[in-house]
Design a protein around this ligand. Structure first.
Ligand SMILES: [Fe+2]
Length: 379
């Protein structure tokens, strides 16, 4: 008989939340380091003013600040290397990652590479050993959950492939969830990142690794997101709905980080790597189709999803219907061809999706032909 694999539950030691909670950054960061590297995107955090707020807070805490504002959507190996070089040159001992999932993942990868040899690609197969500088994660979307997870997604641009790096040292030392930083998110980003979070919750709950610690978080995340995403979409300045969304996506992040995601995430990665489909938008489109595919293997659990989403009956079909309704409300594109995806790419994308670790943890074990069929149905 094989020994059962032990389950770990990881979470940042400190999570600060609430509108205005960024005010604690200077004091908290000063406990973690002296020279901060702010890792952020190429435009939106500067435009919204959040980069300047973070810079001022760090300076106010007596820290030295270097800004690395070069992270593109789906951060590449080269971007990570550039950030590492800058951090080395300036002697940074703290990473402050600000933005959506991309800057947060890049910040985690930079921290990892400051302490471990080789290239970031080397850690796709083997876990890094040493901890890098502590990471402070400040999301401006809601969200990827990256501020609480032990994973970073990096893109190998040459191979047109996204890969995952796992490591306990990637869990940030501090996460700050301040809704004031999310109100400037455009509607399509609110929609895509919100649906990403909903996908995390649903996949975490249906995962073969779901357990009694992750289930309540996943179910609560579904309810919170279903109730608040439509409000955040229609009333972007509603701080209460924005804060609830941040907490809902955090619940979802803790749930999937400690169980897993499933086939939706396996299938969205090649769409991002090969056609640049935004991660959340790809997940949003795939979620109802993959849930319908899973239905026969997890009817009871899908009943729970239905109730969490506000349906009256614990019915698996109602869950699929509710996911479709929420997706329709977001107004996100409903067809893969809207993103230029072609039928010729389906075999290669399907191979990539089947090989992903999350496919093995999906409630229904997919065959290559099943994955091809789901992609085809969305063309
Ligand atoms: Fe995701």
């Amino acid at each position: 008989m094989s020994t059962p694999t032990p389950n770990f539950f990881l979470s940042p030691p400190r999570i600060v939340h609430g509108p205005g909670s960024l005010s604690c950054l200077g004091g908290e960061a000063a406990k973690l380091g002296r020279k901060a590297l702010i890792v952020t995107g190429r435009g939106s955090s500067a435009k919204s003013g959040s980069l300047e707020k973070v810079r001022q807070a760090l300076l106010g805490g007596g820290l030295d600040v270097t800004v690395f504002a070069e992270v593109e959507p789906d951060p590449s190996v080269e971007t990570v290397e550039k950030g590492v070089a800058l951090a080395r040159e300036r002697g940074c001992d703290l990473i402050v990652a600000l933005g959506g999932g991309s800057p947060l993942d890049a910040g985690k990868a930079i921290s990892l590479m400051l302490a471990n040899p080789g290239r970031i690609q080397d850690y796709e197969a083997s876990a890094p050993e040493r901890s890098g500088p502590p990471i402070v994660a400040i999301p401006t979307t809601a969200g990827t959950g990256s501020e609480v997870t032990r994973v970073a997604v990096i893109t190998d641009t040459a191979a047109r492939k996204k890969f995952l790096v796992f490591g306990n040292m990637l869990v940030p030392a501090l996460a700050i969830l301040d809704a004031e930083l999310t109100v400037s998110m455009p509607r399509n980003v609110t929609a895509a990142t919100g649906m990403d979070a909903l996908t995390h919750a649903v996949e975490a709950y249906l995962s073969k690794k779901a357990n009694l610690l992750t289930d309540p978080l996943a179910l609560a995340a579904m309810s919170t997101i279903a109730a608040n995403l439509p409000v955040a979409l229609d009333y972007p300045e509603d701080l209460e709905a924005r804060q609830e969304m941040l907490l809902g996506q955090l619940q979802a992040g803790l749930a999937f980080s400690n169980s897993s995601v499933g086939l939706v995430h396996s299938m969205s990665r090649p769409l991002g790597a090969m056609f640049g489909v935004p991660h959340g938008a790809a997940n949003a489109m795939l979620l109802p189709a993959v849930t319908a595919y899973n239905l026969s293997r997890c009817k009871k659990r899908l009943g729970g999803v239905a109730l969490a989403l506000g349906c009256r009956e614990p019915s698996a079909k109602a869950a699929v219907w509710a996911l479709k309704e929420l997706f329709a409300e977001t107004g996100l594109p409903a067809k893969l061809s809207d993103y230029g995806v072609t039928a010729e790419a389906i075999p290669a994308m399907s191979e990539d999706a089947l090989a992903a670790g999350s496919s093995r943890l999906n409630p229904r074990q997919p065959e290559l032909a099943d994955i091809e069929e789901i992609y085809r149905s969305l063309l």
